[in-house]
Every structure is written in structure tokens, then in C-alpha cells.
Write a protein that binds this ligand. Structure first.
Ligand code: CMP
Length: 143
């Protein structure tokens, strides 16, 4: 089993797509083991996007990601990190294939609706950034 950190970004929240995006993850068989609506601060944005802070697009990215609430989620499932990345599609909504979440709902490089961890190290680091251990409610479905 793997865990991955997913953020439903401000564009997803403001476009009222939260339910439709979560539906896709649940339909795929991934379990939600932690979830909350939060407002990302500039400080948290810099920690989350540490590898992008020096890039030219970072100021715009920080303004965007702090502009409205996001939904932070920990998903758990077999090979969850790659499965979720594949479900999102390419970073730019313009390049993402139809059938992926970004391909179906986004036409933007920046406002691409959803973030997901890109590897095991990132997943651990990002889950720790958003959740305390006691906020993660591991459970094995009984059905
Ligand atoms: P995400 O998967 O959250 O990881 C980094 C984010 O930076 C990415 O999604 C986009 O929201 C944003 N991003 C990446 N590349 C660009 C770019 N060239 N221009 C603007 N935003 C970008």
C-alpha cells in the first residue's frame, strides 16, 4: 500500500468540482484516510513548492495557490502515487489527455486543478506538511 498527498487547488474549489474529482479517486478504489479544507499561507506555499521557488512562474503560482481554500487529502491504495499521477494527466491542462482529470477539466498550465505527490519521498514530506499523525485515520474497508 502507498499513500499520496493530493491538493484540490483553488480553481477546483471555486469551480465547485470537489465532489466530481473525489468521485474519480473513489471510483478507482483509492481510500481517503485524511481530508481537510485549508487556506495555504505564503510560508506553506514556499515549503510545499521549495523546488519551484526560484522559477519564473513561482510568484504567480504562490498568488494562485494562496488565493482561496484548497482541499488537502491523503489517499491510500496499491501503487497510489503513480495511479493518481496517471489519473491527473500531464501538468498542463492543454497537454493532458482526454479522460484524465486535467485533460477533462483544465485548459491551463497553472490552474491545473489538482496536485499529487510525484514520488515516495515527496509523498512523505508533503503528508507531514499538511497533516499531524493523529489526523490520518487508517482504515481497512469492510465491504
Ligand atoms: P503541480 O503539480 O502542483 O506542481 C507545480 C505547479 O506549478 C504545477 O502543478 C502548476 O500549477 C504550476 N506550474 C508548473 N509549470 C508551470 C508553468 N510553466 N507556468 C505556470 N505554472 C506552472
Amino acid at each position: 500500500m502507498q499513500r499520496t498527498l493530493v491538493l484540490l487547488k483553488p480553481d477546483c474549489v471555486e469551480r465547485r468540482l470537489i465532489g466530481r474529482v473525489i468521485n474519480r479517486f473513489e471510483d478507482k478504489g483509492l481510500n481517503i484516510i485524511a481530508m481537510k479544507l485549508i487556506r495555504i499561507t505564503p510560508d506553506l506555499a514556499k515549503q510545499h513548492y521549495a523546488e519551484h521557488v526560484s522559477k519564473p512562474f513561482y510568484p504567480g503560482l504562490e498568488s494562485f495557490i494562496t488565493a482561496a481554500p484548497v482541499v488537502a487529502i491523503v489517499l491510500e491504495g496499491l501503487e497510489a502515487i503513480q495511479v493518481v499521477r496517471d489519473m491527473l494527466g500531464a501538468t498542463s491542462g492543454l497537454k493532458a489527455s482526454p479522460g484524465t482529470i486535467r485533460g477533462d477539466f483544465s485548459s491551463s498550465r497553472q490552474m491545473n486543478l489538482v496536485h499529487a505527490s510525484d514520488g515516495e519521498e515527496a509523498s512523505k514530506r508533503e503528508i507531514d506538511l499538511y497533516f499531524k499523525p493523529e489526523e490520518i485515520l487508517e482504515h481497512t474497508p469492510v465491504l
